[in-house]
Ligand binder design. Sequence first.
Ligand code: ZN
Length: 299
Amino acid sequence: MKEFKSINYLEFIERFSSESDCYQYLVDLKWDKGYKCRRCGNSGWVKGKKWYYRRCKSCSYDESATSGTLFHKIKFPILKAFHILFRISTKKKGMSTVELANEFGLQQKTCWLFKAKIQEAMKSSGKYKLSGIVHVDEFAIGMPEKDKPGRSNGKKVKIILGVEIIKEDKVGRVYAKVIKDNSASSFRPFFEQNIEKSAQIETDAFPSYSSLKNDFNITQYYSEKGKAFPELHIQIMNFKKWLIGIHHKCSSNYFQKYLNEYFFRFNRRVFVNSIFHKLVERLITGEPITLKGIRELNT
Ligand SMILES: [Zn+2]
């Protein structure tokens, strides 16, 4: 398939000007590498009830390009969904659901649900773990206060953050995770999901990191108010600014979604042209989720 690689809006509307353009993109993404029936695993197919459907030759299951993906059951036209994906992925700061609702003439609730699916697709695949020198620290972040941009309501969420330091203090990838407390058992899943066993990890002297030393290569430094890890603190400051600046309110229950979104974009800052394609690809390979599913994912 020909991947769409651009952040230019005019090029985008030229390539995607109709529903068929979007469905064709999804058909190519889903089946270019081969068809396999979702129900029985058979690989033979005939045309289904619409051109972007395929019907299994063995069990007759009729599958749309969107079924079994995060595009499943969206309540507005696919062309709008593509526009939303393009805007969210290519705008440096993303868009709030209020902005999306106004711009696309949709209910805010509808936008919230679709955006939650997008944020789910943005979560780290776990394929590219942090390696080399990695700084890790934990933070508590205040939630933005409803209808008062720039203010925090005092409720705090704890997160742990890992930053890859490449030469001359340049930052590579960054991952972050909501944690329930600052215990070693809360830290451990973050280390296991996001950091290579061979990485040289540097943390402050906080005791919970010491007990992970059996499994990870950790050096601890005394760090007065985090001064030993400036890159880490810049990341967290920028994340906070983004969160408070663009989201008028955000529930602490869904905080992980915002971390996923922010660092998905940040980690692709040098591949911006392919960010839209990557996101559509993630949505087409992601299992469908419902509102209930999103709530469970974030608790
Ligand atoms: Zn089948």
